[in-house]
Design a protein around this ligand. Structure first.
Ligand code: GLY
Length: 371
């Protein structure tokens, strides 16, 4: 196969790289994607929550971006279904953000005060009201915020849909690692793997937790570190114990349509280490049983880890890489890569195709220019 005609070469085939590839290919760009893993592999660990409010640290550009992406999700999924032939859906009746202690209840009250004004439906529930909706919730759950718009998606289906839609649009997937770049002082001309040379007009770095290595090669500060999340799935068992996602400080439970319940997730700065640990598994299980005691009878179905790409200021890097004429980056989405995929793809297409200036908060130049 010849790659001479590549308009955009994307390094990194996680949910962000795939979404950008799909978006650009729908704009008639010839896209090639390189990843050492299968397309989508690096994002398969996600729980799939579409939860801007639950994950928000406060008002600001990150929350605005997340709300915009949530707003785009129904159209994104509809178009993906049309182009992939799959039947993805946004699942569940929404989220219950629960409080187990007086302190957590007071934090929920404060969150409600500012989040209720943001346009998503949100209401306060007592513990009894929570148990009317979800009867298996533990007695110690004393209050909750019910957020019907914060639903979830099955990441593995989403990634399969994106891969298939990309293939149908002619995106070429290359399995390999980029070992070298051919560059002038301001532009990248081609990337080299062990087996091939990949010329391109534009390069996009969408390498998740590995993006900082590309920064080093390009002489640009890309301060992104991996933050390991361990996660496990219980069941499937009958009866169904949960319909809403339960979310609380340090733990969440996401019910899957096949009857399993996914329990996440740890946050650990352990570099690129991807093993699960006995301690991690025990704490996830304890948190799950603290929210739904009947889960103590459910068997462990599987366990895995993911590496969240966390930037030093918690905001993604989106747009043109400083002082490189044809290199762009979309990385550092932290805990919210799945949620942020639709808006990231649209913004990056604007930056790449129309040279649009993206919101300053996400400017990759904020960490300094070229070193
Ligand atoms: N968004 C959930 C997590 O990163 O664990």
């Amino acid at each position: 196969m010849t790659y001479e005609d590549t308009d955009t070469l994307i390094i990194g085939g996680g949910v962000i790289g795939l979404s950008i590839a799909w978006h650009l290919s729908r704009e008639n760009q010839a896209v090639t994607m390189i990843d050492s893993a299968e397309p989508g592999q690096s994002s398969r660990a996600a729980a799939g929550m579409l939860a801007p409010l639950a994950e928000a640290r406060g008002p600001g550009p990150f929350l605005d971006l997340a709300l915009e992406s949530l707003r785009r999700y129904p159209d994104f999924v509809e178009a993906l279904n049309e182009e992939s032939g799959l039947d993805l859906e946004i699942c569940g009746p929404g989220m219950l953000r629960v409080a187990r202690t007086a302190e957590e209840e007071s934090a929920l009250g404060e969150a409600f005060e500012w989040q209720a004004k943001l346009g998503l439906p949100l209401c306060r529930l007592t513990g009894e009201e929570v148990r009317r909706l979800e009867p298996d919730t533990a007695a110690r759950v004393r209050a909750a915020l019910l957020s019907p718009a914060e639903r979830h998606i099955e990441p593995r289906l989403l990634l399969a849909g994106l891969t298939s839609a990309c293939r149908n649009r002619g995106v070429r997937f290359v399995s390999g690692s980029v070992t070298d770049m051919e560059m002038t002082s301001e532009r990248v001309i081609a990337a080299q793997t062990n087996s091939d040379r990949f010329p391109c007009q534009t390069l996009v770095i969408a390498g998740g937790a590995w993006s900082k290595f590309w920064g080093q090669i390009l002489g640009v500060s890309v301060p992104i570190q991996p933050l390991r999340g361990q996660i496990l799935a219980l069941g499937p068992c009958q009866p169904i114990l949960l319909r809403h996602t339960l979310y609380t400080h340090g733990a969440y439970l996401v019910p899957r349509s096949d009857g399993r319940i996914v329990a996440g997730a740890t946050e650990e700065s352990v570099g690129f280490e991807t093993q699960t640990t006995a301690y991690g598994m025990a704490s996830l299980r304890a948190n799950a049983e603290e929210l739904i005691p009947a889960l103590s009878n459910w068997p462990l179905q599987s366990a895995w880890t993911g590496l969240r790409p966390l930037s030093v200021d918690g905001l993604p890097l989106l747009g043109r890489v400083p002082r490189w004429g044809n290199i762009h980056i979309a990385a550092g989405h932290g805990r919210n890569g799945i949620l942020l995929a639709p808006v990231t793809a649209a913004l990056m297409a604007d930056s790449i195709l129309h040279d649009a200036k993206l919101p300053e908060a996400f400017d990759p130049a904020r960490f300094g220019g070229r070193l």
